[in-house]
Every structure is written in structure tokens, then in C-alpha cells.
Design a protein. Structure first.
Length: 162
């Protein structure tokens, strides 16, 4: 299965299309490409699983099986925010080292990132760090919006005599 197909299954065609279209417009603005070439580049990069194109807020990335835990101590990262220079992430699941907690002094996290290992703050990482991970879950903003059927005031309520 292609990455684009799995992404469509994960978040739906509309949300994926919106995400990729935004990436296309950004690429057009940055590199002055024509629309067709920009769409081709973005689609190819997304299908290859390139985190530079895919990374977005509200995603969970899980460490790939072929990556050494010493290189990527967090098993799962939750993207709190996509920044211009990378991703701001929370460590969801850190490999346990010498102690039983993710935040102990022996937790397998590089020392400069240890203060961010509290599941609420986070740390800014270069987007390239996500190459050691695969996208596991994505909750696009559209999924937070109420559907028309869920809005109680869409149709006016009529009285019994109407």
C-alpha cells in the first residue's frame, strides 16, 4: 500500500488534500514553481513518507523498528506544533533505562531534553528527527468541528401548533 493511500485511510481524502495543497502553495511561494511541478514534488515527497511534508500538529509518530533506541529514545512523539524550523513535540513514551519512570534521572533521554520530558511542555526538534519515526496517528483539525447533524440549532424548532 502506498503512503498516500494509508494517509487517506488515516485522515480522509479531504483533510489530506487540504494539507498537501497548503504544502504546494508554500512550495510555490518559496521556490517560484509552477503549480503542476509543485504538486508533483509534494505528492512524491508525501508518498515517500517525507516528514518535511507530512509533519503537522496533532500527529503521533512511533519509532521505526530498524532505529536504535539510543538514537531515538522516545518511542512515540506527539507533535504539539509544527514550527518554521521543525516540530515541537511531547515525549509520549520514553524507553525506560535504569529506573521505572520516564522522567527519572536515568531515563534514556539526552540530558538537554530531559527537562521537557513531562508530557506537557515538549521540545523543539528538527523535522529531520522524524525520519527515525513513522506516522501512526493524525487528528486533523477538521475532526474537531461539529457535524451539521450534531448542531442542535441548525433547524429552527417549531412549536406543536406550527
Amino acid at each position: 500500500m502506498s503512503t498516500l493511500k494509508s494517509l487517506t485511510d488515516l485522515i480522509g481524502a479531504q483533510a489530506l488534500g487540504d494539507h498537501l495543497t497548503a504544502a504546494v502553495h508554500d512550495l510555490i511561494d518559496r521556490e517560484q514553481l509552477d503549480c503542476a511541478e509543485a504538486y508533483q514534488r509534494i505528492t512524491d515527497a508525501a508518498d515517500a513518507g517525507d516528514p518535511a511534508v507530512l509533519a503537522a500538529t496533532r500527529q503521533t509518530w512511533v519509532r521505526r523498528d530498524d532505529v536504535d533506541p539510543e538514537e531515538a529514545p522516545a518511542r512515540r512523539l506527539y507533535v504539539l506544533e509544527r514550527t518554521p524550523t521543525g516540530v515541537f513535540v511531547a515525549f509520549v513514551d520514553v524507553d525506560r533505562a535504569a529506573d521505572d519512570t520516564d522522567d527519572g534521572q536515568y531515563a534514556n533521554v539526552v540530558p538537554e531534553l530531559l527537562p521537557y520530558n513531562d508530557h506537557s511542555s515538549g521540545a523543539e526538534l528538527p523535522v529531520e528527527e522524524l525520519e527515525m519515526y513513522r506516522l501512526e496517528a493524525w487528528e486533523p483539525f477538521e475532526h474537531l468541528l461539529p457535524t451539521v447533524g450534531g448542531i442542535g440549532t441548525v433547524r429552527p424548532q417549531t412549536g406543536a401548533g406550527s
